[in-house]
Design a protein around this ligand. Structure first.
Ligand code: PLP
Length: 449
């Protein structure tokens, strides 16, 4: 692209703004051990007017001109301005639909409830948004002659699926570490099918994370977890894209599930750029939703964020957020402070029932989205979210990746959960009269007042 050299971005330490690294250096933490973030030359970006940015982003939506039809790369100057287009590894991620949850919202007393369907993406979760950026940067480094034996991640399932797919498309070896028996069949088969080297380790996510960090330190394996802030650069397009979908009107609330807390940090980082570059003039509020079984941020919020203590996360249906020691906690707390944030939690029963209830209105939610929906329902009941507020729930994965949990819910087989809306298939003999009688009984039961 002609204007490539104009815009610049670099890694910067969170605590020391003078500590910088080039984006093609392999570095994840600052000298004092905190995370890095990618910082953009806002002065240079600001020389282009907000109206011009809006026009440019709109013009690129869904085009086939490489790579701009991707929701992430349509905003290339804000994401990774310096990368060569031929090194970009993209599956046209982003540009996912917003679902106007009219019927579900009405049940809750909300008029303007929307669900951002990030799971309608190549590997079925929002992780594609970040992985396209990270794998592209690695491809560029390899093209420049750098030796990188493989890209690796620890994962609760979706990160490994995204890494495996993008690495396979680029022809770069991928290694994934999963906690054995703790990810869904769909999540496990994705990296297997894409040819990644898949390790199922006898530990939890935090245990897998320790192993992969050692490999990154000692064996020059490139780390793809969200402590690598390149992923945040892709994920930060979520909020930008939603506001663009609303013709640059800012919603009142974003509700987002949080585990390792990279995504809530990314959401806020994207919104920051919109404010800083004058595309919008107000900030929404952010609610981060955690599973009660893995709620260290919620506990910290209860104490005004004055202390943060990692916990041992207990098993939860929302397996992708079963994380007790979130790597991006500092970024997340900063983000929530900037966005007048709240943290709410959901029990296993609450998340399962919220999923089922919303599914009945045409959605098909994963359990993590269920955590966000249940948390939102609580904020509505508490009066914090009000009737006319525009609310956007970030749905993080496709429900089809988590059918085991739905099957058990509808068979009323989930432990310690009542299943208030079970809808198992009705098994009957294939006789017209029997079927007809049962059908009419069912229609009457479900739709008569
Ligand atoms: C990764 C993931 C999350 C949590 O995102 P964090 O950045 O770890 O907070 C939530 N839902 C799904 C489906 C995920 O894959």
């Amino acid at each position: 692209m002609a204007d490539k050299p104009r815009y610049r971005a670099w890694f910067q330490s969170l605590s020391d703004p003078n500590e910088h690294y080039a984006l093609d250096e392999i570095v994840y933490r600052s000298r004092t051990g905190d995370l890095l973030e990618v910082v953009h030359d806002l002065r240079e970006l600001g020389k282009t007017s907000s109206e011009e940015w809006k026009r440019r982003f709109k013009e690129r939506q869904h085009v086939t001109a490489w790579p701009f039809g991707s929701g992430v790369w349509g905003k290339k100057e804000w994401v990774l301005p310096g990368i060569r287009d031929e090194n970009i590894v993209s599956m046209f991620e982003g540009n996912t639909n917003l679902f106007w949850a009219e019927r579900y919202g009405t049940e809750l007393g909300l008029r303007d409830l929307w669900i951002k369907q990030c799971g309608n993406s190549h590997t079925g979760s929002f992780k594609d948004l970040g992985m396209t950026v990270l794998v592209s940067q690695v491809k560029e480094m390899i093209a420049k002659g750098r030796e990188i034996p493989a890209i690796a991640c620890a994962s609760t399932g979706d990160t490994s699926a995204a890494l495996a797919a993008y690495a396979a498309a680029a022809g770069i070896p991928a290694v994934v570490f999963l906690p054995r028996g703790k990810v869904s069949v769909a999540q496990l088969i994705q990296p297997v099918a894409n040819g990644a080297i898949v390790f199922a380790l006898d530990t939890d996510f935090d245990g897998c994370m320790e192993i992969v960090q050692q490999l990154a330190e000692r064996d020059e394996i490139y780390l793809a977890n969200s402590m690598n802030s390149l992923r945040i650069e892709g994920q930060k397009t979520i909020g930008i894209e939603i506001i663009e979908q609303f013709d640059w009107n800012v919603p009142d609330w974003f509700v987002i599930p949080g585990g390792n807390l990279g995504n809530v940090s990314a959401l806020a980082k994207g919104l920051d750029m919109l404010v800083d570059l004058g595309l919008v003039d107000r900030r929404p509020r952010i609610a981060c939703a955690q599973a009660e079984a893995a709620n260290p941020l919620y506990l910290s919020y209860q104490r005004g964020f004055e202390v943060f203590e990692p916990i041992a996360a207990r098993p939860t249906l929302a397996s992708a957020i079963q994380i007790g020691n979130p790597v991006s906690v500092d970024k997340a707390i900063d983000a929530l402070r900037r966005y007048d944030g709240v943290v709410e939690q959901a029990s296993e029963a609450e998340l399962a029932e919220a999923c089922a209830r919303a599914d009945r209105t045409g959605l098909f939610n994963c359990p993590h989205t269920g955590v966000a929906l249940a948390a939102m329902e609580k904020l509505v009941r508490r009066g914090l979210i009000r009737e006319n507020d525009r609310v956007v729930v970030i749905s993080t994965a496709h429900g089809l990746k988590f059918v085991d949990f739905k099957v058990k819910y509808h068979e009323t087989q989930l432990e310690a959960i009542e299943s208030r809306l079970p809808n198992p298939p009705i098994e009957l003999a294939a006789r017209y009269q029997t079927v007809r009688d049962e059908m009419l009984r069912q229609i009457d039961k479900r739709f008569s007042k």
